[in-house]
Write a protein that binds this ligand. Sequence first.
Ligand code: DC
Length: 206
Amino acid sequence: MSFAVAIDGPAAAGKGTISRAVAAHFGFAHLDTGLLYRAVAHAVLHGADPVEAARTLNAKVLENADLRRPDVAQAASKVAVIAEVRAALVDFQRAFARRAAGAVLDGRDIGTVICPDAGAKLYVTASAEVRARRRYDELIGRGIETAYEQVLDDVRGRDARDMERAEAPLRPAEDAVIIDTSEMSVEAAVAAAIAAIEARVSVARP
Ligand code: DC
């Protein structure tokens, strides 16, 4: 029996860290769906048509380290408003979610659109200032020179675009467990996520 965990939330809230830890804990496969939009954006920055890039996406490009760049993140948020781009990426995500061994998908619309029947749904969030601070520290740690104010502007711009778009806007599913990581350690956030999922897994697998 497959079991899917949907983890949604805004940029830099800690979804990636929590998703990887949850996947390792339960032995589930993990898909960072933001990488799909980043891969499309990366192709667009190199001159491709967004819809064509989404329709012909090859999973191998998801390993490209350039996808982590801040300019690719902003471009990803822009291609993600295009309905045809989103539609072209649905089947890949749903097939991943059906993996027999279980799956964790993190993104913006997993609990609401991609996997409305997910076994467990989390919405991981934090204040824009805390998220910008974490992203700033991460970029500086990777040797990418930037200013905190710039990162905060980017976070706010991406939040507005991701939440206000017409197609699959970022919002918590009605049955999602909300985890606000603003004042939580990584360990506490991971423990809260595992506890919330554990409760659902035991319902599905008594
Ligand atoms: O999670 P991320 O920062 O890598 O996502 C990059 C952008 O991709 C994000 O700003 C919006 C878009 N995205 C989306 O629209 N739907 C998803 N499921 C995942 C990401």
